[in-house]
Ligand binder design. Structure first.
Ligand code: DAH
Length: 339
């Protein structure tokens, strides 16, 4: 009898049921009137008197264990909602379609990333500026014809408050409050009073670069720009510097890169020259250093400025500048990239 009780106890503790029917079958098998446990109770009267106490105790334990086990199994079923039991909770979630970044942000982020790899840090300045930071400090004397190079928006008829026409204005701010060495880039939006067309807009974006230290030379400028061009447009890209004029740099240059569409052979995109212009640059004019409180006998530096729209056009061949500000999702949705 005791052996049988122990056997059943082991069996009962191993009981499993996958659904309510299986559980009911187990209940019937062990606890119904003719069930295995009940049968043992029937046999109890045959147990010798001196054993009755011990065996009775064991039988009760078996009955309780069986009932508890059945209750536990039942609980696992009732906690599961029918729908939930059909779901596979280990499945990965449905992929959510992420939005895309604006192409100008992609380009700006890439430019910033490339220059940060050679030690440039970032700063930003205000879009509403005073005349001094946009022009005066940068060696544009009052009435100087070079001011006509950039059609300026003035704020409230006050000739001293302007929307910045270039991010070179951040140069003047940084130089005035930072001790060299300075190695920084300044991304931002700029404004010019131009009629809007497929090739011009009244606002656009630039990234300005500035490096001021002892013994900075034109060779350093060229090296940094060559690194940038190759990182941005590919290892085969060549650069060419043409003499130019900007009030704030001397000497000044404009930089072309070999046309990456035709590989420099000549195509409509590069107007059959094999080259496309991408930025202006030069050695910071000593007057600019002095205007901003930097000793031009001790320090020298270079600066460069590029249009983000221009670089984006070259990279993605966007023909019409206006697309960048129209927010047409059919256009914007095409740009998926790492930046
Ligand atoms: N600020 C110039 C522009 O908007 C671009 C530029 C040219 C910036 C030469 C520079 C530079 O720093 O050295 O057209």
């Amino acid at each position: 009898m005791k052996n049988r009780i122990n056997e059943l106890l082991v069996e009962v503790n191993k009981m499993v049921a996958n659904n309510a029917e299986e559980l009911e079958a187990l209940r019937i098998k062990y606890l119904s009137k003719k069930g295995l446990v009940s049968e043992l109770f029937n046999d109890f009267r045959n147990v010798a008197n001196e054993e009755k106490r011990e065996v009775g105790q064991l039988l009760n334990d078996l009955k309780n264990s069986t009932q508890n086990r059945i209750n536990d199994l039942k609980e696992t079923f009732s906690n599961q909602k029918p729908e939930a039991s059909k779901s596979d909770l280990t499945r990965s979630a449905d992929p959510v379609k992420l939005g895309t970044r604006h192409p100008l942000s992609l380009t700006k982020n890439e430019i910033v990333d490339i220059f940060s790899r050679i030690g440039f840090t970032i700063a930003e300045g205000p879009e509403i500026e005073d005349d001094w930071h946009v022009f005066g400090a940068l060696n544009f004397p009052p009435e100087h014809p070079a001011r006509d190079m950039q059609d300026t928006f003035f704020i409230e008829q006050n000739p001293d408050v302007v929307l910045r026409t270039h991010t070179s204005s951040v140069q003047s701010r940084i130089m005035a409050n930072t001790k060299p060495p300075i190695r920084m880039i300044f991304p931002g939006r700029v404004y010019r009073n131009e009629a809007i067309s497929y090739r011009a807009h009244c606002f656009f974006h630039q990234v300005e670069g500035l490096y001021i230290d002892k013994n900075v030379s034109f060779a350093d400028l060229k090296q940094a720009l060559m690194y940038f061009a190759k990182e941005m447009f590919g290892e085969d890209t060549e650069i060419r510097l043409r003499p130019s004029y900007f009030p704030f740099t001397e000497p000044s240059a404009e930089m072309d890169i070999s046309c990456h569409i035709c590989g420099g052979k000549g195509c409509p995109f590069c107007k059959h020259t094999g080259w496309v212009e991408i930025l202006g640059c030069g050695m910071v004019d000593p007057n600019v250093l002095e205007n901003c409180g930097i000793d031009s006998k001790v320090y020298s530096g270079y600066a460069f400025g590029m249009g983000v729209e221009r670089i984006t056009n070259l990279k993605y061949q966007v023909k019409d500048l206006r697309m960048f500000s129209e927010n047409d999702l059919r256009f914007l949705g095409q740009f998926e990239a790492a930046y």
